[in-house]
Design a protein around this ligand. Structure first.
Ligand code: PLP
Length: 361
């Protein structure tokens, strides 16, 4: 094999990061284990209990239940599945803000539920009036996002819980990215703050675990029964996961990262990332770009397409929002030096992009 994995030194668009050293070691150690078969691999199965206990502590859940998924996508699909199974209707619908991750589109498609997408307000948070107008007797699930993929915004979760439960629906919080930074903010986002039924919270994003390590949490273990199928040829009797064979590396690295970093390591990482995001937002604003205020460590700014393309050409791994803004995620591997070098390239390349093209006459 000749190709090596790329370095993180120019990666500004990813929601994954360089794993914590302890998470890297644990992943390697448990590479050949399968928590999908706990009768054969009891050690990694016990580690998964530890992972869920730690995730529960982070997400304000007293009696935590759930499992380590392949990522936020699987956690979101499974949450929709639980709600669909619980709903007393033949034509269930799910209400989601337009800021919801595209994994919910996969869920709706796979599970045959109607997806009702409602707008966000001028602060990129879900419009509560639109949610109220969209729920009805067939609503199985209301979705709130705690740390949106494009702008890092947090929906009003307690209010969404009230609306959902008044309509007889469940509330799912997608904290896949935000779950490891929100504990150090004033936002109300978790099981202890609101009537949250299920949550996606991914160790392989801000949690600094190795991929694949997502997390599904449920308020009561009975909710997992909605997902369980019998497993005739295994020593365990049922399985609630979407995948069969799963990565023990993900489970072990999630535990190792959380044991090493929760809470103080994650707190200092949050402070560092948030300061970087504020610094970057200031630097972009000073240069005349319109910036979406970084509520969490994620910056979006209206940088012209030509400059964006020039920066990508210079090797920066950057991405754009649906409406075309430059989007930079201040993950743990994103240092101030990296951002300063990025701004240096922006200044250099933007000047070039705006040099008038010589005319022939
Ligand atoms: N939810 C949110 C808020 C995300 O930002 C993402 C990915 O960026 C996902 C879910 C999907 O997670 P994954 O790519 O791990 O499946």
């Amino acid at each position: 094999m000749q190709i090596e994995p790329q370095a993180f030194d120019r990666v500004l668009s990813s929601m994954c990061t360089d794993p914590h050293p302890a998470a890297r070691d644990a992943a390697e150690q448990f590479l050949a284990t399968n928590p999908g078969d706990p009768g054969t691999y009891p050690n990694v199965a016990a580690l998964e209990d530890d992972a869920i206990a730690l995730l529960g502590e982070i997400a304000g859940l007293d009696d935590p239940a759930g499992y380590i998924t392949s990522g936020g996508t699987e956690a979101n699909i499974q949450a929709v599945r639980i709600a669909r199974e619980r709903a007393d209707t033949r034509s269930p619908n799910v209400v989601m803000p337009e800021s919801g991750h595209f994994s919910f589109r996969k869920a709706a498609d796979l599970l045959g539920v109607e997806l009702r997408v409602v707008p966000t307000d001028d602060r990129h948070r879900v419009d509560l009036e639109a949610v109220r107008a969209s729920v009805d007797d067939d609503t199985a699930l209301v979705i709130g996002v705690a740390g949106t993929t494009e702008y890092g915004r947090v929906d009003p979760i307690p209010e969404l819980g009230e609306i959902a439960h008044a309509a007889g629906a469940m509330l799912h919080v997608d904290a896949a990215w935000g779950g490891f930074v929100l504990p150090f903010t004033d936002h109300e986002w978790h099981f202890g703050h609101a009537a949250v039924d299920t949550m996606a919270i991914d160790p392989h994003k801000m949690g600094q675990a190795a991929v694949p390590a997502g997390g599904l949490l449920v308020r009561s273990p009975a909710l997992l029964d909605e997902l369980a199928v019998d497993t005739p040829y295994l020593e365990s009797t049922s399985q609630a996961t979407l995948t069969g064979t799963r990565s023990g590396a993900g489970v072990a690295s999630a535990v190792a990262a959380m044991e090493a970093l929760w809470p103080e390591g994650y707190r200092s990482q949050y402070v560092r990332s948030q300061n970087n995001a504020t610094w970057l937002a200031d630097a972009l604003e000073k240069r005349g770009y319109r910036v979406v205020d970084p509520v969490l460590p994620l910056v979006a700014a209206d940088v012209p397409r030509s400059t964006f393309d020039a920066l990508r050409g210079a090797g920066w791994r950057i991405s754009r929002t649906a409406t075309g803004e430059l989007r930079i995620v201040c993950m743990p591997h994103v240092s101030r030096e990296m951002l300063a070098s990025f701004i240096g390239d922006l200044d250099r390349l933007e000047v070039r992009a705006s040099v008038p093209v010589a005319s022939d006459d």
